[in-house]
Write a protein that binds this ligand. Sequence first.
Ligand code: GDP
Ligand code: GDP
Length: 437
Amino acid sequence: MPKPVVAIVGRPNVGKSTLFNRLVGNRVAIVEDEPGITRDRLYRDAEWAGRVFTLVDTGGLDFAESGDIPRQVRRQVELAIEEADVILFLVDARAGLTSTDEDTAALLRRTRKPVLLVANKVEDFQRPGQLAEFYRLGLGEPIPVSAAQGMNTGDLLDRLVSVLPPETGEEEEADTIRIAVIGRPNVGKSSLVNAILGEERVIVSEIPGTTRDAIDTWFEREGQRYILVDTAGIRRKSRIEEAVEKYSVIRSFKAVDRCEVALVVLDALEGVTDQDKRIAGYAHEQGKASVLVVNKWDLVDKDSHTHQRFTELIRRELAFMTYAPVVFVSALTRKRISRLLEMVNLVAQQQCLRISTSDLNRLIRDAVLRNPPPAAKNKRLKIFYATQGGVKPPTFILFVNDPELMHFSYLRYLENQLRAAFGFEGTPIRFILRQRD
Ligand code: GDP
Ligand code: GDP
């Protein structure tokens, strides 16, 4: 469940940064001499009444080059409408209603997202300034606060939490890892499934899958629940199933669609074939976490370099998924089958990793400083800021001056930096580029 994003918008000087700091609290220790620190202050996680959300001060975003103030405010609002779940529209009760406020309100009235109208700088609730005229904005009753004094901000947070999107009841599903065992015929999928399920301390039951002919197998081991997706053709293999499988990898593909972790099974004696590449490539493209399982390892004549040589072969042939861990197993002798489940646990956890917006932006900034993006068409790519849009797979949204200037190899560089810093083992990473000028 992604954290909801709450954006503060409003024209300059209404008190956005003051409110931001007030709402996130002053507990955050900030090393003042670190360059670029003001950018880091722009997004912080806050918590109120048990709900955690990310607060964004859009006013501090790098839109300074956008020209005049109405245009800058317009950009903030567009960003907020696109990215935020709730928008706090801040106005200045001392200054009263301005035409920029009216333009902003016109934009905000068009979004379906909840907008809270907040009138700042009300220190004297007996004489709340120009509060009444803000009703004209058509965004409901203004909530008076004093960001500087912290007055009424608790009420504001109560209102805010009440309009956050509901937490989904995914918890039950969330602690169950859905696994698809995929691979060519005869690599040992059935044997592997039976080896996993035949382990000691494994509790097994069959459940109907979501498609008519699918059967999923549920099992639990050491407190962790798993579902093996579409094991119909795998566990009780009939001749027909076998014949069908020979000509089709579609069954594998369907299983991938419904899984979180794909066990891509390879045959140690046969190396990596084109069909293996196609099957693994599908899991990659679908954004699934993968573990590469080299089966029938018992049949391989081994010396001290065999592991390494085979790993190198896999890295070369499946170069698009070097993030996937490789496990050498034998379904026959059950060697390292429990290690396999440890890897499943690891990659399932890694595909749900969330990087805080401040850590993410610090990493991107450092990466850009160390190795600036190449220029093209006499223009240089600028990354204004980044935010993690989701998990499974981890997806990062980069706000840039011109997406056309982004080169594949530079994204690869950023991806490597992310992996070096945070791991993301076994999971693909996605980037979405958004234009901001
Ligand atoms: P921003 O440009 O919207 O981020 O506004 P700032 O947070 O930088 O605040 C602009 C000015 O308004 C600063 O001088 C603040 O001290 C002042 N200010 C902010 N909140 C309040 C408030 O609640 N009451 C009063 N009187 N002044 C405030
Ligand atoms: P599937 O078509 O991918 O489900 O493959 P199967 O599980 O039916 O296995 C195909 C053949 O490989 C069978 O004859 C298995 O006994 C054999 N096999 C599977 N795993 C292993 C293993 O780890 N070692 C050895 N030596 N043979 C295996």
